[in-house]
Ligand binder design. Structure first.
Ligand SMILES: Nc1ncnc2c1ncn2[C@@H]1O[C@H](COP(=O)(O)OP(=O)(O)OP(=O)(O)O)[C@@H](O)[C@H]1O
Length: 291
């Protein structure tokens, strides 16, 4: 496979005022300080979505978040994305405190079918990302914009699909469109919430390699949520295990295995096997205690 030779360093784009007048953040270093989230359920009782978590995620890092269902993975991602208000703490990305969706952050959801606009062509879906992004890759004029869109599509292996509709593509291809749309916004931080869980195993492998290549080439900070511990270890420099029921961080494990990582060789590496045993053991132990 083609995968990063080393952790990449993101180029620092020049801050450009957005059409709404807000100034985008310009750096992918994420600091999460005592961040917690409580929800009030319909019957009025308080649910801990996430109990206070503190983390520092370096610019250009690839970090995965794992843990059993309901432990707060998606809540954590939505808070970093500024899609929900914090109950406690603060999040900063670069120099900016997150108080709404930052211009430099893009989110790719599991359900590409819901996130893509089915009545718009693939090209127009990516155009949406381009027009609502920031940074130096914005184009002036329809032709220049179309060329940029073609480049974004080619970057995710979808050359020649501009005029097709999402519903005409396979699941894996639709998720590539969603990734291209996110990249068209020139983000510094890419958040992915179980992005490959709805695609078949083979497509999943190629999508994993795609995301590693993009991470390396663009120097993005990537936060990746998955149920799949093997996927998390294969992709990441660091795997964060959350405790059940939003009870915070249980383990913060460095995956000290160099890139490029080969899908087959990686899974035979002693360091991978030891980490897998450790992380899987933790999660399974929690499952047993909960059942
Ligand atoms: N809008 C909401 N209102 C009430 N409770 C919520 C809301 N969103 C999440 N929760 C609760 O917060 C907790 C964490 O949910 P979250 O979706 O973050 O977990 P998760 O680890 O992503 O789960 P899964 O792996 O199943 O997707 C759960 O108990 C969930 O029921």
């Amino acid at each position: 496979m083609t995968a990063p030779a080393a952790p990449a360093t993101a180029p620092t784009p020049t801050p450009t005022p957005t059409p709404t007048g807000s100034v985008p953040v310009t750096d992918g270093h994420i600091v999460v300080d005592s961040v917690g989230k409580d929800y009030v359920a319909l019957d009025g009782h308080v649910v801990h979505g996430l109990q206070p978590v503190s983390l520092s995620i370096e610019k250009g890092a690839f970090v995965s978040v794992v843990g059993r269902s309901g432990c707060g993975k998606s809540t954590f991602l939505r808070l970093v994305a500024g899609l929900e208000d914090l109950t406690t703490g603060s999040i900063t990305i670069g120099a900016e405190r997150v108080s709404g969706p930052p211009d430099s952050v893009r989110y790719v959801f599991q359900n590409y079918g819901e996130s893509l606009l089915p009545w718009r062509t693939v090209g127009d879906n990516v155009r949406f990302g381009l027009r609502h992004g920031h940074g130096p890759r914005r184009a002036h004029g329809r032709t220049a914009e179309d060329q940029l869109i073609e480049q974004h599509l080619a970057e995710v292996g979808l050359h020649g699909t501009f005029s097709r509709y999402p519903g005409e593509l396979s699941g894996g291809m639709q998720q590539r469109v969603a990734i291209a749309r996110a990249l068209a916004a020139s983000p510094d931080v890419l958040l992915l919430d179980e992005p490959f869980s709805a695609v078949d195993a083979l497509s999943r492998g190629t999508l994993q390699e795609l995301i590693l290549r993009i991470w390396q080439e663009r120097g993005l900070t990537v936060l990746f949520v998955t149920h799949d511990i093997e996927e998390a270890l294969f992709l990441s420099q660091r795997v964060i295990v959350l405790r059940p029921q939003g009870a915070g961080v249980q383990r913060d494990a460095a995956v000290d295995i160099p890139y490029p990582r080969d899908q087959v060789d990686f899974r035979e590496d002693e360091r991978y096997l030891a980490l897998r045993r450790d992380v899987l053991g933790l999660v399974l132990q929690v499952e047993r205690e909960a059942s």
